[in-house]
Design a protein around this ligand. Structure first.
Ligand code: HDD
Length: 692
């Protein structure tokens, strides 16, 4: 009997009916109500004195509605404000108990729920997805031992070695403070001024100027934990670890003019791609790969494992694939899940620990602090998206929006008056910090072993294919040409000279400046795993093919092509001069998904012109569509009189790599799908002079 019931029984007064433990009041029922559950009679007109008179203060429904609206926003994230989230599951392939006690890494039968948030770093919440930038790849594992957050990026190194420099880095890359220009872009003086005075950033600069910084999709980019972490096993032994996410679709990127254009045409390009893939059950998948290094071997490595500006070349320390992440559910509500998800690099579970990396150490402070700013309360951990799915048993209490304090009288520990809440030791699954030996004098200093800022930048550049090198050169030409200060440009050239002689020569030429000489460490060699183009492209899965049609198209041909595309696990859209249907030859109708006025070639991975679409020969938008796809090295296919259309669009270029023609869709499809798998056809010539 509850206290209230006992008292009522004593007094002989019947207790009031128990209030049922209700679910939170979500939208339900037919009638619109106020927040207090009172039905609203008119949501279109305020209460006013006379039809043309002033509104009355008495209108509580109006005031409540406006008050709520006025407070809808929470501060956007200081960085990574623009993002998209998805739910999923993680499963380890085999037990890693040799290295760690973390249950989700030792039990291959366990399916661990996860929430992943992808993001850009620089732009504000409404900025475009395809900006040149690093991408965040933050994973919240709801493990049986509590929440573990892996808060990583799609680039394995960072701009700075010490967290004390982070606010300056962010101030420098964000829009300039006097005029808030430019949005979501590093092509401005402040960024390059800071970078030119921060040699340790050169390695990451090579990555952000490469195609890795303009991914085709969140589904086709890698993820990295960046720092060295520790895995700790049951014997208390530590193994150093670098975390990698490897996308099963392979890695693919946009080309810069395409990314640029997409910022205007579809600012939500990556968000939409992720959402659509999950909605159509083409679940994005990534393998977790670990680079493992016994603590005792760290000293022998040719880099300092605590330096976040360095990779561990995979040829030296292989990345072992140990588990799979599948994203299989879109959020029900963007704000509640994606926006309110709160990650923290200090959300660690037993068996996974931090290292002394000074960037890691600083992050351990910043993430909780930033959540206090965003949510105004330490109780953000009670929001459903942030709640652990394992038991929570804490004496923390109260604060704004707290709703589940522990019941009962006792709220302290140790206690003898209430339920016990014993602390757990390691054997009972308690978190025990790895007993890393620490010694030294207190000083503001940087280890000498952090001192080589150029060799791995050179390693990255030297590991790229010709085409990839060209793109890095072009990105630097673009970015530095936007810098007004000649001194900043000159200083940057000084750094590039220490990375690669050709790089500095070509960038300097575009800036109209002399190329300084430097001392690149060319002997560092190459790491093939760093070249996106050299990695395998497994299939056409997930690609989107545009099929251009007009009245008179051969309906059977369209059907055959669509079937071949579906069989390859890709998708297709039929594009025509108008929505609705087009009349196919023979009397059937072909349904249209998009038109030449509401979509452009940059939104597609490949283009096909089926037989009977020859009428498009005089359609300027259709001609432009194909020319632009050609310019961006995309696969182009045609059959029947579709070939005549290609000739009208491309002239003699229709014999170039990745342009596939045939008699029917059925006979052309296999070669066309192969071209789609290859994605871009870099050896194609004549792209520069295509008028698109
Ligand atoms: Fe950070 C957010 C990744 C260095 C301070 N960071 C944030 C997010 C990602 C990263 C993916 C977005 C999480 C989400 O989706 O909500 N950050 C990194 C990586 C770093 C890094 C890979 C280097 C290895 N960050 C870093 C440093 C500091 C911060 C050195 C501060 C000393 N980061 C923050 C933050 C953010 C954040 C201000 C903003 C919003 C948030 O935390 O929740 O605390």
């Amino acid at each position: 009997m509850h206290g209230g019931e006992a008292a009522a029984a004593e007094s002989g007064v019947a207790p009031a009916a128990a209030v049922p433990a209700a679910d939170p009041p979500v939208a339900s029922g037919r009638f619109l109500t106020t927040n207090q559950g009172v039905r609203i009679s008119d949501n279109q007109n305020t209460l006013r004195a006379g039809a043309r008179g002033p509104s009355l203060l008495e209108d509580f429904a109006f005031r409540e509605k406006i008050m709520h609206f006025d407070h809808e926003r929470i501060p956007e994230r200081a960085v990574h404000a623009r993002g998209s989230g998805a739910h999923g599951v993680f499963r380890v392939y085999r037990s890693l108990s040799q290295y760690t006690t973390a249950a989700f890494l030792t039990d291959p039968s366990a399916t661990t729920p996860v929430f992943v948030r992808f993001s850009t770093v620089n732009g504000s919440r409404g900025s475009a997805d395809t900006a040149r930038d690093a991408r965040g790849f933050a994973t919240k594992f709801y493990t049986s031992q509590g929440v573990f957050d892996l808060v990583g990026n799609n680039i394995p190194v960072f701009f700075i070695q010490d967290a004390i420099k982070f606010p300056d880095l962010v101030h420098a890359f964000k829009p300039e403070p006097h005029n808030e220009i430019p949005q979501a872009s590093t092509a401005h003086d402040n960024f390059w001024d800071f970078i030119s005075l921060t040699p340790e950033s050169m390695h990451m600069v090579m990555w952000t100027m490469s195609d890795r910084a303009i991914p085709r999709s969140y589904r086709t980019m890698e993820g990295f934990g960046v720092h060295t972490f520790r895995l700790v096993n049951a014997r208390g032994e530590s193994t150093l670890v670098k975390w990698h996410w490897k996308p099963l679709l392979g890695i693919s990127s946009l080309v810069w003019p395409e990314a640029h254009k997409l910022m205007g045409i579809d600012a939500d390009y990556h968000r939409r791609d992720l959402w659509d893939a999950i909605a159509t059950r083409n679940y994005p998948e990534y393998e977790l790969a670990l680079q493992l290094l016994p603590e005792s071997e760290a000293e022998k490595a040719p880099f300092d494992v605590l330096d976040s500006t360095k990779i561990w070349p995979e040829e030296l320390i292989p990345a072992q694939r140990v588990g799979r992440l599948t994203l299989n559910r879109n959020p029900d509500n963007f704000f509640e899940e994606t926006e309110q998800s709160a990650f923290h690099i200090g959300h660690l579970v037993p068996g996974i620990d931090a290292t002394e990396d000074p960037l890691f150490q600083g992050r351990l402070f910043s993430y909780l602090d930033t959540q206090l700013n965003r949510f105004g309360t330490p109780n953000f951990s009670q929001l459903p998206i942030n709640q652990p799915k394992s038991a929570v048993n804490t004496f923390n209490q109260d604060g704004f929006m707290r709703y589940n304090n522990r019941p009962g009288k006792v709220n302290y520990e140790p206690n003898s008056l209430g339920a016990r809440a014993d602390e757990a030791n390691a054997a009972q699954g308690g978190f025990v910090s790895y007993a890393a030996p620490v010694s030294g004098r207190k000083a503001r200093t940087r280890a000498e072993s952090f001192g080589d800022h150029y060799s791995q930048a050179t390693l990255f550049f030297q590991s790229q294919t010709e085409r990839e090198k060209k793109h890095i050169v072009m990105a630097l030409q673009f970015e530095l040409s936007k810098v007004q200060s000649a001194a900043v440009r000159q200083r940057m050239l000084g750094h590039l000279a220490n990375i690669d002689t050709r790089l500095v020569r070509e960038v300097a030429a575009a800036l109209g400046m002399p190329a300084p000489s430097g001392r690149p460490n060319t002997a560092i060699g190459t790491s093939p795993a760093l070249s996106e183009e050299s990695l395998p492209r497994p299939s056409a899965k997930g690609r989107l093919v545009a099929i251009l049609v007009a009245d008179g198209v051969d309906g059977a041909d369209v059907t055959a092509l669509k079937a071949a595309v579906t069989k390859a696990k890709a998708a297709s859209h039929v594009i025509a001069p108008h929505l609705g249907t087009v009349a196919a030859a023979g009397g059937s109708e072909v349904a249209v998904n998009a038109t030449f006025f509401n979509s452009e070639s940059v939104q597609y991975d490949a283009v096909y012109v089926p037989s009977g679409a020859g009428a498009l020969r005089t359609n300027a938008e259709a001609l432009h569509f194909v020319r632009e796809a050609y310019k961006h090295y995309k696969p182009i296919g045609a059959d029947g009189d579709g070939e005549a259309f290609l000739t009208a669009a491309l002239g003699s270029r229709s014999g170039q790599p990745g342009v596939v023609v045939g008699r029917t869709a059925a006979s052309t499809a296999p070669a066309f799908i192969d071209a789609v798998v290859a994605h871009r056809h870099w050896t194609r010539s004549g792209t520069e002079d295509v008028p698109a």
